[in-house]
Design a protein around this ligand. Structure first.
Ligand code: HEC
Length: 254
């Protein structure tokens, strides 16, 4: 008799736990898919607990390809959120609109999240750069220089690989980051100022009076980009006026 009652109680207890468990998890957590290369840096262990602490939302990391609510990916789709060197990482919602994921995206692109991204220094060196603050698009620094000429020069010299403006949408190499995406990062200016020293450009770029001439026994494998420092200044003036990608765009509901 008593035994049967106990079994019944146990059954009810299991039922309660079973009902509440997934229910609670659903409301205060989401699954984030990230490739191993990112997980192995330890960056997510730095980032996610700080978000969770602030927002009371748990983030479960799942492997690339597993079912998830949101992805961190280098595939150029979604919101650019941070970069490592020239590698840009995007946050892309995988399922229906999820308020916790949206909260995570807001946090990543706002002051606290951006500072948290840039505070990750595993060997005393900053590894990731955060995207610009959404509001920065409006009060951005506009560099002086010939903007019109800068756009023409950028199309001419950079447009065969990068999407520089609408006119170069179809002519660029899809996997190369667009100017609007690169413009969305807080270090865009230093990167553009030094682009000729950053890969892959040194192998085909000549800036008069700045770069060493190519070794004639090892000529540039492709049509070289030849320009002056004034040309680069004009390109910088143009880039400073480009609207950063995705950030600041209104949230779209289906
Ligand atoms: C032949 C193709 C090609 C041309 C021409 C080219 N780029 Fe690039 N650029 C690339 C590629 C590819 C990358 C990304 C490299 C990577 O992912 O490691 C890149 C990356 C960059 C970066 C980011 C570098 C970093 O390390 O953060 C900047 C800035 C840049 N390009 C500016 C320019 C400018 C300005 C021009 C024109 C004056 C230009 N590029 C012309 C191919 C090109």
């Amino acid at each position: 008799m008593c035994g049967r009652k106990r079994v019944f109680c146990l059954f009810i207890l299991v039922l309660i736990v079973w009902c509440e468990g997934p229910g609670l998890a659903e409301t205060r957590s989401f699954r984030l898919s990230a490739p191993d290369v990112l997980v192995e840096t330890g960056f997510l262990k730095h980032l996610l607990p700080r978000f969770s602490l602030k927002h009371g939302v748990r983030v479960e990391i799942v492997a690339e390809g597993a079912q998830s609510d949101v992805l961190l990916t280098t595939e150029p789709q979604g919101t650019p959120v941070f970069r490592r060197e020239a590698e840009i990482w995007y946050l892309r919602q995988a399922g229906p609109e999820n308020e916790h994921v949206t909260g995570f995206e807001d946090w990543l692109t706002d002051d606290v999240g951006r500072n948290t991204i840039e505070a990750f220094k595993p060997d005393g060196r900053q590894l990731f750069t955060a995207a610009l603050k959404r509001a920065d698009a409006a009060d951005a620094v506009l560099l002086s220089g010939n903007v019109v000429e800068g756009e023409e020069l950028a199309v001419l010299h950079c447009g065969r690989c990068h999407m520089v403006n609408e006119a170069t949408r179809m002519t660029n190499i899809g996997s190369t980051p667009s100017f609007a995406v690169m413009r969305a990062f807080s270090d865009w200016q230093i990167r553009f100022e030094a682009f000729f020293a950053l890969n892959p450009h040194p192998s085909f770029t000549v800036i008069e009076g700045v770069t060493e001439p190519f070794d004639i026994t090892r000529p540039s494998p492709m049509v070289p980009v030849t320009m002056s420092l004034e040309d680069l200044e004009a390109i910088l003036a143009f880039v400073s006026r480009i609207e950063p990608a995705d950030l600041g765009a209104p949230i779209q509901y289906q």
